[in-house]
Design a protein around this ligand. Structure first.
Ligand code: NAP
Length: 301
């Protein structure tokens, strides 16, 4: 359910357009040229003959790729905005620094009223691996670099990013993982990334590595993660995304002492970020130019 304040911001920002709310205000489907949506109901967009673009309100678009009822040939524009990336970087920095400065251990010591300074590694002796150095991952990688961590990135295609050791493709995955004391996953869900964080990948990581997943839940094989945590090969996991959301109450992740769960909030879209993005893309389409951030269905993101 979209909150009213959210709609109000969108309606005010796009006041120059005839905005209709689905499903009650749609009217004749032939009059609809653009759709703004997070996740359309299956089959709900198949009858719009004059649709020119679909604007996603989020960066993750796997549900669009898997929905075979969407009209063919209509561009789907995923959402990208610098603020979306900075909010995500806050989450990544917060969680990595929390472990780096050993706050979970100090919290345990506090319960026992134990005053005991722990040995502290320097950031320069710690490596963070960023899986997916696109719009979101690159911002986090650069900010982690500015704190002093060693940062390495992994992507599908080769990349050059100042100060970041770049790896790409399946052949370089093991080498990338081998040095990552922290692994932050920003991967989209595609047939190639589904289950990519499995027992084999975990065995390539340094002993006790901490995993942070903000990409998609199904990138991780959940049972393999639980096994890795129970043997100590994985030290801890911070999970913002899950194979099933909301995470079912009986799921073992909820009660695991070394898993921190957040409800898919590592970054969120504010409607004020959407408005210029949508306006710009409509203007581009109306003037015969291609819209930006179009999903490439063949690569799956
Ligand atoms: P993006 O700009 O498209 O970046 C995706 C990155 O993943 C790129 O670096 C891409 O490689 C890499 N990648 C994709 N498939 C790969 C593969 N098979 N092997 C290696 N690398 C691969 O996307 P983004 O805007 O950063 O968003 C990333 C994902 O974050 C979204 O798809 C969504 O799932 C997730 N997300 C989560 C939240 C949340 O609140 N938890 C919010 C927004 C987004 P190339 O650079 O070579 O293309």
């Amino acid at each position: 359910m979209i909150p009213q304040w959210w709609l109000d911001v969108l309606v005010e920002g796009l006041s120059g357009h005839d905005l209709r709310r689905w499903p009650d205000e749609v009217g004749s489907p032939g009059e609809i040229e653009y759709v703004i949506t997070l996740k359309p109901e299956p089959n709900s967009l198949s009858n719009y003959p004059n649709l020119r673009a679909i604007f996603s309100t989020a960066a993750g678009i796997d549900h669009f790729i898997f929905d075979k009822t969407l009209p063919k040939g209509v561009p789907i524009c995923r959402f990208s905005h610098p603020e979306l990336a900075s909010r995500m970087s806050e989450y990544i920095l917060l969680n990595i620094l929390r472990f780096h400065r050993q706050l979970p251990a100090y919290q345990e010591q506090q319960k026992a009223k134990l005053w005991k300074p722990l040995q502290q590694k320097a950031a320069q002796d710690v490596t963070v691996g960023v899986m997916g150095i696109g719009n979101l991952g690159l911002d986090s990688a650069q900010k982690l670099l500015s704190v002093g961590f060693n940062v390495r990135g992994w992507s599908r295609t080769p990349k050059i990013a100042q100060g970041i050791e770049c790896f790409h493709g399946q052949a370089q995955l093991e080498g990338f993982l081998a040095g990552a004391d922290y692994l932050a996953c920003f991967l989209p869900l595609t047939p190639e990334t589904k289950g990519i964080l499995n027992a084999r990948a975990f065995s390539s990581l340094p002993q006790g590595a901490v995993i942070i997943n903000v990409g998609r839940g199904a990138c991780i094989v959940e049972k393999d993660l639980l096994d890795g945590l129970s043997t100590g090969s994985i030290g801890a996991a911070v999970l913002d995304v899950f194979e099933t959301e909301p995470l079912p109450p009986e799921h073992p992740f909820w009660v695991h002492p070394n898993i921190l769960i957040t409800p898919h909030i590592s970054t969120v879209t504010h409607p004020r970020m959407l408005v210029p993005n949508i306006q710009d893309n409509i203007a581009r389409i109306e003037s015969g130019r291609p819209p930006t951030n179009v999903v490439d269905a063949t690569r799956g993101y």
